[in-house]
Write a protein that binds this ligand. Structure first.
Ligand SMILES: Cc1cc2nc3c(=O)[nH]c(=O)nc-3n(C[C@H](O)[C@H](O)[C@H](O)COP(=O)(O)OP(=O)(O)OC[C@H]3O[C@@H](n4cnc5c(N)ncnc54)[C@H](O)[C@@H]3O)c2cc1C
Length: 377
């Protein structure tokens, strides 16, 4: 391991890997430390859906999300070109089942705004609200209710396992020192500045430390609890082999997605369990909940073979927003965490912003709303 890298990145999820790659591309010597293997946290458990922020919402977070999703295709292409590993970015489109009249009216309003502000997709309006017959004509195997469906043509998805493999590979190829099975036990801070990290058997000196430890961020050091209060929110999912399933788009109802994969299997997920603690194992109850929702949506899946179940812990910040940036009272210490349900989509931008901040002292975009700090009130 290099004796004194410019930057130590703590955590090898999609956020840590993206940051490490961007930092390295700016010429910094970077060591990434991951206590298990890269992607073994929330990132590897993700469904890989790249959902645009609702067109009706215009806050700082939505701006960030939109910008990151715009950058995603080129970012995925660059990863593919550099590593030969294709993250399989696909603009699959999404058809959401509308469960009631209130939601239908909301969808109509959202669709109007989206069509007037977002570019068309293949000459078709980016969004449309369809009645039940129109939705069924597009996806005949889905049980639409009388309120029909909302079609979003810009929703995309990636294969997260490939994305993580590609990110890890590009980091290594470009000279990031990636150390797996290497837990960070604490930060070393003296005289108001970070001096490095404490490992099981030694200290690693560094002038800058970036903590990207997802749901575990506050556990890396006692001093992070106040700056990045994080709680794990478990999500459970499964993969089905369903030869009879012929969906062509991502299907969504409330928090449940059906995602047709290129190999003919269907990914189904996910639960949202705020009381799971740090238990990242799938449970009978969770898998039953996801399965029941999937079968109600697509009865054709009843005989599908369950080929994999899994769970992961989404990092949700107690402040209710992302935590991005330098820690005010510790020079050289940065955090990028709290990406909750949107970390895959936010990865390109998070990497670019954190690298600019660390290398040049400026994030390059408006991110003041995400400054590390205690929850208000
Ligand atoms: C079931 C499920 C479905 C999801 N679906 C989507 C989706 O469709 N689209 C989307 O955009 N997002 C989705 N998400 C959310 C997304 O996965 C997360 O927002 C994202 O992965 C967060 O990335 P991260 O790098 O911050 O965290 P993680 O991936 O959790 O990475 C943190 C890493 O830090 C490591 N670590 C922790 N402590 C230490 C330490 N002390 N020392 C060293 N290493 C440490 C961990 O092992 C882990 O690998 C989903 C999440 C789940 C669970």
């Amino acid at each position: 391991m290099s004796d004194k890298p410019d930057v130590v990145v703590v955590g090898g999820g999609v956020i840590g890997l993206s940051c490490a790659w961007s930092l390295r591309r700016r010429g910094l010597a970077v060591t990434l430390l991951e206590w298990r293997t890269c992607g073994s946290g929330a990132s590897g458990a993700s469904l890989g859906v790249l959902m645009p922020a609702p067109a009706t919402r215009r806050g700082a977070f939505q701006t960030l999300q939109r910008q990151s999703l715009q950058e995603f295709p080129d970012w995925a292409q660059a990863l593919r070109d550099r590593t030969g590993i294709d993250p399989r970015y696909r603009r699959s489109g999404l058809l959401e089942v509308i469960p009631g009249e209130g939601r239908r009216q909301q969808a109509v309003g959202e669709s109007r705004i989206a069509c007037s502000t977002w570019p068309a997709v293949d000459d078709a309006p980016v969004m449309a609200v369809l009645d039940a017959a129109g939705a069924t004509a597009l996806e005949p195997q889905i049980a639409f209710q009388e309120y029909g469906g909302r079609l979003c043509r810009t929703t995309a998805n990636v294969d997260v396992a490939r994305l993580i493999d590609a990110l890890r590979a590009v980091c290594v190829a470009d000279g990031v020192e990636v150390q797996e099975n290497c837990a960070v036990h604490d930060l070393e801070v003296r005289d108001g500045r970070v001096r490095g990290v404490v490992l099981a058997d030694r200290r690693l000196a560094a002038g800058t430390v970036l903590v990207t430890a997802g749901a575990w961020t506050a556990q890396v050091s006692p001093l992070l609890g106040a700056h990045a209060p994080m709680r794990p929110v478990r999500g459970q999912a499964l993969r089905l082999r369903a030869p009879g399933a012929a969906f062509t788009r991502i299907i969504k109802q409330r928090g449940i997605y059906l995602i047709p994969d290129v190999d003919g299997t269907v990914i189904v997920g996910a639960t949202t369990e705020a009381e799971s603690g740090f238990n990242a194992r799938p449970t009978a109850h969770g898998i039953a909940e996801v399965t029941a929702a999937a079968l109600a949506l697509a009865p054709v899946l009843a005989d599908a073979e369950v080929i994999q179940t899994w769970a992961g812990l989404r990092p949700e910040s107690a402040t209710g927003h992302l935590v991005l940036g330098p820690v005010a009272d510790v020079n050289g210490l940065y955090i990028a965490a709290g990406h909750y349900k949107t970390g895959i989509g936010l990865a390109p931008l998070t990497g670019r912003v954190m690298a600019a901040w660390i290398a040049e002292g400026e994030p390059g975009i408006e991110v003041a709303a995400f400054a590390p700090g205690p929850a208000a009130g």
